[in-house]
Design a protein around this ligand. Structure first.
Ligand SMILES: Nc1ncnc2c1ncn2[C@@H]1O[C@H](COP(=O)(O)OP(=O)(O)OP(=O)(O)O)[C@@H](O)[C@H]1O
Ligand SMILES: [Mg+2]
Length: 320
């Protein structure tokens, strides 16, 4: 198996301080016991509503967020215990694409500077090599050499996201974390950016962690998906498991929220939503504890895990 990154029992809790003495009175459990394995060349979806902890997982993997407990392993080594040179190899191999390229790029710098930044940080290339690589990257995302001398504001939103993709893959990372990379774009432009991401994956065998609040957007991208609610995974499985055989009520609610473009199906879609809501009203205890906590994941097939009170409850009523 080509596993190269493993996240074990990750927790990221933020202290909440209050009162006169500013004591820690509570905690936000942004990520609360999540495990995930990355294999080479695969796309992983991380989907959940706002505040569920998606970005916190991404930031913890890339080292921007302090981990409360749990471990991240890179090629079998615990990242937090790695020596400096190995840690730098990890950082080189895990890159990020942000939702809004405009705010993640320095507006005063030309595209040539923006693209070569990771090369200067992590690769020992000559200026000529950096330039050649930059032109190659621009071509990969459908832009031309003359972009090098321009500034970020001279591009459209879609073009800027494509430059963000190019920068993230500049030094051939193994994993690219894409946090809502297309959610600020129009639908037609979204498809274009996703296409380029897929083309790059085919060429370089990169893995993606694709973060989104919308199961519709990531449907065609992902090999495997984690569905997240309140810091925990409610369901994990292949694209088929999640889209064709969803078991957790939360997954089914997210699926029923995908907009229907076909007017002939709207009525049916509405009925399906009502069915999901009804099942939720009747069977919430199967899926959430009394305190509203998501249960631990239980394996229901070799690829598919669901957070249920017990697996026996699965057979009782898995209507869709
Ligand atoms: N620095 C912080 N201090 C305290 N709480 C935080 C901090 N950062 C995030 N949180 C909280 O952690 C939870 C998870 O946040 P996170 O940004 O990971 O969610 P998300 O799933 O990415 O949401 P969105 O879809 O809106 O981007 C939220 O309740 C958020 O308010
Ligand atoms: Mg987020």
């Amino acid at each position: 198996m080509s596993e190269f990154i493993r996240i074990d029992n990750l927790k990221v809790h933020y202290p909440i301080r209050s009162g006169f003495f500013n004591r820690v009175t509570d905690q936000v459990k942004a990520v609360d016991d999540v495990s995930l394995v990355f294999e080479e060349g695969k796309t992983y979806g991380l989907v959940g509503e706002s505040g569920s902890g998606k970005s916190t997982i991404g930031k913890a993997i890339i080292g921007l967020e302090k981990i409360t407990s749990g471990n991240i392993y890179y090629q079998g080594e615990e990242v937090s215990k790695q020596a400096r040179n190995r840690r730098s190899e990890y950082r080189r191999n895990v890159q990020m694409i942000f939702q809004d390229a405009l705010s993640s790029f320095n507006p005063k710098r030309r595209i040539s500077d923006i693209l070569t930044e990771p090369m200067r940080n992590f690769a020992n290339w000559t200026p000529e090599e950096e330039r050649r690589r930059s032109i190659e990257l621009l071509e990969i995302v459908g832009l031309t050499e003359d972009a090098l001398n321009k500034y970020p504001h001279e591009f459209s939103g879609g073009q800027r996201q494509r430059i963000g993709v190019a920068r993230a893959v500049a030094i051939n990372p193994k994993l690219v974390i894409a946090d809502e990379p297309v959610s600020a774009l129009d639908l037609s432009v979204q498809a274009q950016v996703l296409n380029f991401m897929q083309r790059i994956q085919d060429e370089y065998n990169i893995s993606y962690l694709f973060i989104s609040h919308d199961l519709g957007v990531v449907k065609h991208m992902c090999d495997e998906l984690a569905i997240m609610y309140r810091g925990r995974f409610t369901e994990y499985g292949t694209r088929h498991d999640i889209y064709e055989e969803p078991q957790h009520i939360y997954t089914r609610r997210l699926l029923s929220a995908i907009p229907q473009i076909d007017p002939n199906n709207r009525e049916e879609h509405k009925l399906a939503r009502l069915r999901v809501e009804k099942e939720y009203q009747q069977n919430a205890a199967k899926y959430y504890s009394e305190e509203g906590r998501v249960y631990d994941l239980k394996e229901i097939s070799s690829t598919h895990k669901v957070a249920l009170k017990d697996v026996a409850s699965l057979t009782e009523g898995s209507v869709r």
